[in-house]
Design a protein around this ligand. Structure first.
Ligand SMILES: [Zn+2]
Length: 339
């Protein structure tokens, strides 16, 4: 086995690890670097010179692990792309959003277009957790829950030259939306592990939640308005559940909470795949209850849509996004209302 780190080593962002097993090339993740001032794309030229890509294995949907998939997949269209069904859904949403952003930046050359995204999405092979899956004829891939965000996987790949465990981003602690990492005893020959924040002591989650709720309560009492910028995928859902629970426990007064931006689409995706979520949140969804919103917590577009009296159900809406990206390239940008 030969390894080449095309991105994500000694840096945060652009995760992309290339492995050569015999005459085959396997890529673990294909992310993008955001705001680092460096080239946003991993070193794809080197990958081409080393022999190219025969299969792509994706750990989770964050853009620093998926953002350059349309580029590499266009160059190697015969390579299937493996990921969990949840990651597939989230990747669709994030890449549609990234197309919209590139569209707005007229001064820059976009890295990929709608056709590239649709083509890449059509090459995805969704694989569930814990199911050994044959890859490239003689290799066995198994995905294990990595915690971190919904659908995130640690990838175990048994090859004729040895076993590789690629962890991707992991969270050992259980969060409100998802359970912590769950992997059995494995004996890989090589482990590639994410180590961002690995050298820091972590804050106590419970203490941090209490601190946040107290801070919000103080500001609300002072009559202030609060803006919470949160990563749309993963973090925002945690924040919403903390606020929702605090209102229920009367630790916060009943104030209106508006949810805007891409968070709304991610929330919908979470609702469609409850089995990838924390068991108590999954039960809430499977009983037909709303997981994130309440009388106080509302999505901004719902208000607008209610006014226009034309609200599509969440499932219909997501089905539309899902169907749109697929076999033939069609306009996906128009399908997403402006965030
Ligand atoms: Zn991540």
């Amino acid at each position: 086995m030969k390894f080449y780190f095309a991105g994500g080593a000694m840096e945060v962002g652009g995760s992309c690890v290339y492995v050569r097993v015999g005459d085959r090339g396997i890529l673990f993740d294909s992310g993008i670097r955001q705001g680092s001032g460096r080239d946003p794309l991993p070193d794809f030229r080197a990958i081409q010179l080393l022999g190219g890509v025969d299969a792509i294995l994706v750990s989770h949907a964050h853009m620093d692990h998926t953002g350059s998939l349309p580029v590499i997949s266009k160059a190697f269209p015969q390579a299937p792309i493996y990921m969990t069904p949840m990651t597939e859904m989230l990747t669709r949403i994030l890449l549609a959003d990234s197309l919209k952003i590139m569209d707005r930046r007229e001064d820059e050359i976009p890295y990929y277009n709608e056709d590239d995204v649709s083509g890449m999405l059509a090459r995805i092979v969704p694989v569930h957790y814990m199911v050994p899956f044959k890859v490239l004829g003689d290799m066995i891939m198994t995905l294990y829950p990595a915690g971190h965000i919904a659908g995130a996987a640690c990838i175990n790949l048994e090859t004729p030259e040895g076993t590789i465990l690629y962890t991707g981003d992991v969270s050992v602690q259980t969060q409100r939306t998802i359970e912590g990492m769950r992997i059995p005893k494995l004996r890989p020959d090589v482990m590639i592990m994410e180590s961002t924040y690995g050298n820091r002591l972590h804050a106590n989650r419970q203490a941090e939640e209490i601190r946040m709720v107290q801070l919000l309560a103080d500001y609300i009492r002072e009559g202030k308005k609060i803006l919470i910028p949160a990563f749309a995928l993963g973090r925002a859902q945690e924040v919403l559940l903390i606020i929702r629970s605090a209102i229920q426990k009367k630790e916060l007064p009943k104030v209106p909470v508006y949810v805007d931006g891409m968070v709304r689409y991610i929330n919908r995706a979470y609702k469609l795949y409850p089995t990838y979520l924390h068991i108590s949140l999954a039960r809430r969804i499977m009983r037909g209850n709303e997981p994130f919103y309440s009388d106080e917590i509302v999505a901004v577009d719902r208000l607008q849509e209610a006014r226009e009296n034309a609200e599509a159900s969440d499932e219909e809406y997501m089905r539309e996004i899902y169907d749109t990206f697929g076999r033939e390239p069609v306009s996906v940008v128009e399908k997403l209302p402006d965030a």
